[in-house]
Design a protein around this ligand. Structure first.
Ligand code: FE2
Length: 167
């Protein structure tokens, strides 16, 4: 069974949002490199890899359902932040936005009784819970750290241990 035109469009929009997310996190990696917080930069680069992997999941699914993925242009991502906390707060806001768009997609799939899309989206629903909770934990730690360079040094090292995206 093929995708309805509307659902195909929505899945395509989500694929593009995932690529857009990848771009945002790669730009954040630059911010952290310039602050000499290379652990946080590594973390953002892994996040970039993960978002590209998410985009490609949509890309493959759209193809499998005999529709055509269409790559779009998007806005240049933000590239200045006041502080590491401010950047991670933006990442958290961004993930909440992504979660709500995944939820909207799920609602559309259920309304159309497209159960294959529902099963495909299940993974993303769980993934977003994970993403939000991970980023929020970092936001909370940065709030605790405030201006302590030693605590910042420690968190930076810890985040630097993150390796490439696991699927
Ligand atoms: Fe994502």
């Amino acid at each position: 069974m093929g995708l309805s035109t509307e659902l195909a469009n929505e899945l395509n929009n989500q694929m593009n949002r995932e690529f857009e997310s990848a771009y945002l996190y790669l730009q954040m990696a630059v911010y952290f490199e310039e602050k000499n917080l290379s652990g946080m930069a590594t973390w953002m680069r892994s996040q970039y890899d993960e978002e590209r992997a998410h985009a490609l999941k949509f890309f493959d699914f759209i193809l499998e359902r005999n529709s055509t993925p269409v790559l779009e242009t998007f806005q240049k991502p933000k590239n200045k932040w006041e502080s590491p906390l401010n950047a991670f707060e933006d990442a958290y806001e961004h993930e909440k936005y992504i979660s709500s768009s995944i939820n909207d997609l799920m609602e559309k799939a259920l309304t159309e009784k497209d159960y294959a899309t529902k099963v495909f989206l299940d993974w993303f629903i769980s993934e977003q819970v994970e993403e939000e909770s991970t980023v929020l934990a970092i936001v909370e730690q940065l709030k605790m750290i405030k201006d302590s360079p030693s605590a910042m040094f420690f968190l930076n090292s810890e985040l630097g241990t993150r390796t490439a995206a696991q699927e």
